[in-house]
Write a protein that binds this ligand. Structure first.
Ligand code: G6P
Length: 372
């Protein structure tokens, strides 16, 4: 009913607006007085976590994209090699697992069959399993050795939004926890990142308060035959997530690419007016990365693309190459997906609505897929 949707036309739009609160709730109470990150249920000792020599993140769909982002943060903070794999592929290739392998499974519902089967396979091989989940008492956390719940609240729309942002937060917390247990990061360093995370709800509110131009943009590009997304580093999984949202909701052809791969094939797709959504990293800290993406924007524009640029507030360098420019609040690079994803969610929902589709219940999809 309209009341359940809190005045929004679609649950998805309501859930997008709930993201600042969902992020705040997921952070709440995670840091002890002595500056340690707390998990919800831990049937693993600190020694078990110190013994970890390899991490696999396993998930499906949007949760898989949160895992792709997590890899950058976890490897950077813990120096433990970390791979990300689709649950439906993981167990069939006979991965090398043992007691010192940590499997991080990510699932909003906690019931996705592919993810559950990957988890069971990992446990048979004696690997330790840590779950990130939004649904208390669901199967995946019950069968895992440790759990960190995302406190996103119920997510009704099939396309995941607030669950994705809270999964990112949970992944950051797990990366920090591991780094802390292993003596790589200390209480004050962890507290500094957690403090940056605590600033996110405010930044998200600010971003959502001036999202209107994205809706206008959606109306302009709603009939395009194809939309491309490019990014580097953590912007690459954001590009994949933006494209997935558009496929799921608008039934449009959309693809995400690592910007550096453009020249190895995808650039041939660009025609006059093809919208290319470019996720630009912060110019602060990782300037090389930023400049590389800016030159990719110039390359696609020279081939006729309509460049839709998502960049950090105050980044003037992109102005002259952007046909459309969406600024997001400043954030440290690793945390940027928390803000850069949001305009892409709004864009997909608005395009779907403009094309007359059911935004909450796209055709052929289910919220929770309990078959393999
Ligand atoms: C389904 C949903 C996706 C979701 C995926 C994984 O395909 O349509 O939105 O990302 O399942 O779901 P999970 O509950 O495991 O996160």
């Amino acid at each position: 009913s309209a009341a359940e949707k809190g005045g929004y036309d679609w649950f998805m739009l309501k859930e997008i607006e709930e993201q600042p609160q969902a992020v705040a709730d997921t952070l709440l109470g995670r840091l002890t007085d002595s500056g340690e990150i707390m998990l919800d249920e831990v049937r693993l000792s600190d020694q078990d976590l110190r013994d970890v020599d390899k991490i696999f993140i396993v998930a499906c769909g949007t949760a898989y994209h949160s895992g792709l982002v997590a890899k950058y943060a976890i490897e950077h903070w813990t120096r433990i090699p970390c791979e990300v794999e689709l649950a439906s592929e993981f167990r069939y290739r006979d991965p090398v697992l043992d007691r010192s392998t940590l499997i991080v499974v990510i699932s909003q519902s906690g019931e996705t069959m592919d993810t559950l089967m990957a988890l069971r396979h990992a446990k048979e091989q004696k690997a330790r399993v840590l779950a990130i989940c939004n649904t208390n008492g669901s199967t995946i956390p019950r069968e895992s050795d440790a759990v960190l719940y995302t406190h996103g609240g119920p997510e009704i729309a099939v396309a995941s939004t607030k669950a994705f942002l809270t999964q990112l937060v949970a992944c950051y917390l797990i990366g920090l926890h591991l780094a802390q247990v292993r003596g790589i990061k200390f209480a004050d360093e962890v507290a500094a990142v957690v403090d940056q995370l605590h600033q996110m709800p405010g930044k998200l509110r600010e971003l959502l308060s001036r999202i209107e131009p994205v809706r206008e943009l959606a109306r302009q590009i709603k009939s395009e035959p194809t939309v491309l997304f490019i990014g580097r580093h953590v912007g690459y999984p954001v590009a994949l997530e933006g494209a997935l949202k558009l496929k799921e909701l608008a039934y449009m052809h959309a693809e995400g690419f690592a910007a550096g791969e453009l020249k190895h094939g995808p650039i041939a797709l660009i025609d006059k007016g093809t919208p290319v959504i470019c996720i630009v990293p912060s110019p602060v800290g990782r300037g090389v990365l930023h400049d590389k993406v800016v030159s990719n924007i110039q390359e696609v524009r020279a081939r006729g693309a309509r460049t839709i640029v998502i960049a950090e507030e105050g980044d003037e360098s992109v102005v002259r190459y952007a046909d459309d420019l969406i600024y997001v609040p400043r954030t440290p690079t690793l945390l940027a997906p928390l803000v850069t994803t949001v305009p892409l969610q709004v864009l997909a929902a608005e395009i779907a609505a403009a094309r007359g589709h059911d935004v909450d219940q796209p055709r052929n999809l289910a919220k929770s897929v309990t078959v393999e």
